[in-house]
Design a binder for this molecule. Sequence first.
Ligand code: MN
Length: 246
Amino acid sequence: MNPVIGILANLTPTNDSGSLEEKVYVNNSYISAVEKAGGVPIIIPVNINRDSIKSQIDLVDGLIISGGADINPILYKEEPLVGLGYFNTDNDEFDIIATRIALIQDKPILGICRGLQVLNVCLGGTLYQDINHVESSYIKHFQQAKRCMGSHSITISEWSKLAEILGTDSTVNSFHHQSVKDLGKGLVVTASSKDGIIEAIELKGEKYAMGVQWHPEEMVNDNEKMLLLFKRLVEVASQKKDEKKD
Ligand code: MN
């Protein structure tokens, strides 16, 4: 069987039926990107029971931490600032526990947008609660162009795992108002935009855990390199799965 890639879902309040409901969701673009890359996608719903989360992660060979809302800044020991948006602490705790378990189990991880931020906070890092708080930032990081279109450039460190996939520069889409401030333990910066905003991070060493601040899943139809990000995740998941069998 092709490797199973778990996609961490989000909780969102909706008013679709005329009364307030909480729904579990993942944008369909994540599912199709995993399928296109040869993986078997499954959605992992939010819960805060550690044993259940461990059983959920046991089922998958690789993990995608998907995009979503802000993270409660108390989880990186900061008070909420004016630029902070909506957050849901249960959602945050679920993501952080799931990520920690995947790291312990040596399952490859791709964190996307909020997912990159979860990976950072999970390892003790901090965030800028709003990019407007970053004095040096002048680039529009929340584009109004179509989601599949790249808008700003990034420079990628040539020694990184990311550069093996994308090369040393790229144009990416951008739908974030937060970004990494201090790095979590064991993480390195692998890509930045021209205004110094961190656009990608990865774990040093043998384990495969990478975070990107943009949304490659929205770009895979017209951009072979962005699809490679998912293909590499599937490939590493497949290798690690075989190693565990031996
Ligand atoms: Mn950006």
